[in-house]
Design a protein around this ligand. Sequence first.
Ligand code: ADP
Ligand code: MG
Length: 673
Amino acid sequence: MDANVNGSKIMAASGVTLPESQQVLVRKRKVADENTERSPLKDRKMNINETVVNGNKNLSQRSRLPQPSLKRMKLNTTVDNTDLAVKKFGSSNVTFSAASTISKIASTRPSIGVRSQYGAGLAKTVQGVGTRSRPMNCAATVTGTIGKKPRVAVTAPTSVETAGAGSKRRPAWDLKGQLSDMKVQLGNMRTRMSEYTSKLEVSEVHSKQLQDSVYQRDKQLEIASSQIEELQSNLKAMELLLKNREVELEKCRAENSAMQGVLENKLKLTETELALKVACIEEQKSTIASLRDVIVDREERLHLTEQERRRLHNTVQELKGNIRVICRVRPVLDSEKEGCGEIEHVQFSHDDDKVITLTKKEESHIGRDRKGEVKYDFSFDHVFQPMAKQKDVFEDISQLLQSALDGYNVCIFAYGQTGSGKTFTMEGPDDMTPENMGMIPRAVDQIFATAEKLKTMGWTYKFTASFLEIYNETLRDLLVTKPEKNVEYEIKRLNNKSEQLHVTNLKYVTVTAEDQVHNLIAIAKANRSVAKTAANDRSSRSHSVFQLMIEGNNSNRDLQCTSTLSLVDLAGSERLDKSHSKGDRLREAQAINTSLSCLGHVIMSLSNKESHIPYRNSKLTYLLQNSLGGNSKTLMFVNVSPLEENFSESLNSLRFASKVNECVIGTAQLNRK
Ligand code: ADP
Ligand code: MG
């Protein structure tokens, strides 16, 4: 056990601040000692006295000379020594002196050695005197003798004591004298004995107190030792823990540094990548800048190319003629096939899709058997045979639609007798599919698609649609299902300055997508068929006019263009037998004839470059004024029935169309602002 630790523990324990439990223990001990051990001390005193007396007796028995016994010698030694201690500190300071002594011993190593060296003999001495068998500690007796051998004052009997106080040796015969000397000696000895005894008592008490104190200290020492042991084991555990923690810390440090290395590497890589990317971005920025220049250049060139395309396109259209005629012969319908053999009176050329020949077998004037054949040849811009599909026919008009978007008025109309396929060609059949869609829905689709493409060149378009019917020289809005009564539709100029015409009270619908237009066409078709049942197939005796107003704007270059696309399904061109027609029918026939012949006259007048063009002679020509002639491109479908019974009507239609085809209408003007 560490002496220092031990010593300091004892110091703390034996000082004024003893732990409560131990203070209680000490107090108890003191009380017990006072109660129980006082009597043995007295007994001891008695014993000593007895011993002395006995010794005396023995002495007197063995020899006349007083002989101090060994026991007495030892006792003297102890008493003197103890007396020293008591004298030095006083009885009230016993605890303190003991403690300070112990602390001195404790602080002066080795304490155990000192104890065993100097305390053992002393303890023995005390043991011999006292009654307690408890092992004694030397702490109390070695006060002030640390590191030195204790001075032991042995008081040997003086000559005076042995020979009597101040008397000479008596002669042998002076027995009386000797006896009186011895009595004196005995008296002295008794006095001294009683002094010794009282001194011994004090020493006893002191010794006991010291022993108790030492015992307490031992106890405390034990407790302290066990605490120290416990603390040491705790310390060891803590040290172990600390070691483990240090190992862990070391591990963590190693991991940390490894991680740091990895992160640093990553950071370096990322920084390199970043630098590369920044460089790349810079490069791309410069590329973008140069590409922008290229784009601006290309846009300029594109614009010029577009202008050139428009000019060339128009030149081509002009070369084709500003009024074009396309002939279309419809197929024989399933319902008509019975009793109808091969179609012989309508012939087509194998290698020329521009010609059509009507042939008629005429009875010979010479004899009944020999029949002559009359041929009527016609040539148009294109002749479509019965098997031609809607999309094939549409190809021929699609170029005109481009002209409409480029700012030219375009008018497409279908001419022919009732049942020749005008409505089929312009709108499509009642059971419409994408394949058999007519020219109007196809034209609308293409116009919207082309307008979308022109957006990339800065062009934006506004479209306004209207759909009307002209019957008996009166106008009707086909987009209104239930027209208000007495609504007047009048064809007027928008204003005095404008050449643009409009119809009062007519529904003009702004459309932004083809589907909207398809819906309008469906509404018009439905309104026409209602009228059909109510007024006995009025549709065949009326003209239907679909118009799409196109307004183009190129804000980049401050360009605007306006145009009107008119798609007209004309009334049947058949000639009514006037002799058999009466009333309404007669008026209808006259009206149809008037408007159709007016149309013919207008075209002829334009072709002949007459100063006056009779547009106002019919509602149809007045409405189409801006779409026929000077400023427009016109296309006429001449629809022909394949049936032999319709031969003469087909011939009439082809003759009229041929006349129109021969017309050369003046160069179209671009509606540019
Ligand atoms: P119109 O309008 O000139 O009076 P329609 O367009 O109503 O004539 O045509 C009469 C009939 O012939 C309709 O049943 C129509 O579906 C059919 N028809 C017309 N042209 C074709 C064609 N090219 N292919 C198939 N059927 C056609
Ligand atoms: Mg029709």
